[in-house]
Design a protein around this ligand. Sequence first.
Ligand SMILES: Nc1ncnc2c1ncn2[C@@H]1O[C@H](COP(=O)(O)OP(=O)(O)OP(=O)(O)O)[C@@H](O)[C@H]1O
Ligand SMILES: Nc1ncnc2c1ncn2[C@@H]1O[C@H](COP(=O)(O)OP(=O)(O)OP(=O)(O)O)[C@@H](O)[C@H]1O
Ligand SMILES: [Mg+2]
Ligand SMILES: [Mg+2]
Lengths: 256, 256
Amino acid sequence: MRKVIAIANQKGGVGKTTTAVNLSACLARAGIRVLLIDFDPQGNATSGLGGQGQKDGKDVYRALIDALPLPEAIVETGYENLHLLRSTPELTGAQVELAARSDQHFVLRNKIREASLDFAFIFIDCPPSLTNLTVNALCAADSVLIPIQCEYYSLEGLTELLKTINLVKERLNPGLEIEGILPTMCDFRTNLSKQVVSEVRRYFGERVFETVIPRSVCLAEAPSFGKPVIDYDIRSQGAESYLLLAEEFLKRYRTE
Amino acid sequence: MRKVIAIANQKGGVGKTTTAVNLSACLARAGIRVLLIDFDPQGNATSGLGGQGQKDGKDVYRALIDALPLPEAIVETGYENLHLLRSTPELTGAQVELAARSDQHFVLRNKIREASLDFAFIFIDCPPSLTNLTVNALCAADSVLIPIQCEYYSLEGLTELLKTINLVKERLNPGLEIEGILPTMCDFRTNLSKQVVSEVRRYFGERVFETVIPRSVCLAEAPSFGKPVIDYDIRSQGAESYLLLAEEFLKRYRTE
Ligand SMILES: Nc1ncnc2c1ncn2[C@@H]1O[C@H](COP(=O)(O)OP(=O)(O)OP(=O)(O)O)[C@@H](O)[C@H]1O
Ligand SMILES: Nc1ncnc2c1ncn2[C@@H]1O[C@H](COP(=O)(O)OP(=O)(O)OP(=O)(O)O)[C@@H](O)[C@H]1O
Ligand SMILES: [Mg+2]
Ligand SMILES: [Mg+2]
């Protein structure tokens, strides 16, 4: 069984990278082989796992544009079962280069398909935009995990994102499903968070994860040490919530 | 005197829109004529001022691509002295259409120049990316205001952004300056915020605003009412900090 999951939302700063890094790390800790693809030129998932600044030419730009085989571009992270395809700022240039190709939407999908990788889950951390990098990720994915901040602007952008997902499903990737909507940075002392979560559950019902990620400063501190939060402070609320999310996530697949 | 200021940072969720809406509103309240251009297809600055959903065809896409004269596209906001050029999701399509033009980087600049607008300040709220929408804004601007969250990922992206700004300054817009770096969402109870602010001040010295914007839930609540925070709750810390920022900002220009 292998599943490819894009973590996407064009709204900025909603917890895409934090979810990509920490969900992958929790699953890897449970003994599951996971690959994290950093598909954002900012490279936050790369540095969140301590992988930045290496000059060995192993990164997603080289794999996509210079045809470096995926198994050669993928690196270890120092965390058992967790592997990484790093991103670099050159990936910004890939937007233009991909657009010139006849298979422009399927470059990443084809790359993953041609390499017989033995990961149970492949996560793709997307940039905050609906340009062809995110479209490539949606075409490579079996499903989309959508983090949303418990705030107004984030809620507003959800309709636009779902429109784009439906378009990709209709025209490019009929198998694309929604993995779930994940409320993040929730501060239940405020009415705003309570209102947004209840509105999202009313609207999207079953598609919303039961697990809600609280605002927890450890989640913002851990990246400066290049560590997932379970390695930085496993007793923190942030770590606990992502461990719970990993459990809820696995329940969906265990039965298969 | 007229000054065009781009509010930009490719890192998502750092407070670009919140700064664009609230700094504009505070300056307008002080009697200064201000135009806010929403240059993000997400349209958060438009809805932050209650301007979303109008079907009158007055928006930045129509002005750029269909050649609607700027004075006709600009609308009032209900706040004296504050005018808005709305954004719509079609702006996403403009990225491709702009790229096909010979003057691709200067379409917004030329549009502003050909309309003799009588605003003291024109702010441009940018999307979270370094694509040609942000480049257009940097080419139209006299200076760039850079909000940064008091967290690690935001700090990391700053170097990449400054590289892009220098490239635009060298090749496209020699007059481009840095208006300032604005620390936002600071929670001084945490070491993380203290460390990031002190690191930014050490690195960038004078270029960092003295005013620091605290994390204040009113700033996240106000947009759901389509109001700037000074209209939503003027006694809140969020409102106070943006009024202080407007004062600090004006001191730079008063002397001229
Ligand atoms: N639950 C949380 N509690 C506290 N801080 C958080 C939480 N989740 C994320 N953060 C912090 O908030 C900021 C934004 O999160 P993150 O970078 O993961 O969002 P993103 O959606 O990936 O952003 P971008 O749109 O730029 O890719 C980061 O500094 C991160 O450390
Ligand atoms: N100082 C603050 N205190 C509390 N919440 C804030 C503050 N500034 C912004 N916010 C909230 O944080 C979220 C991100 O802010 P905002 O949308 O302004 O960032 P942005 O940089 O414009 O995001 P994007 O990259 O998507 O354009 C919003 O929900 C906003 O309401
Ligand atoms: Mg990210
Ligand atoms: Mg914004």
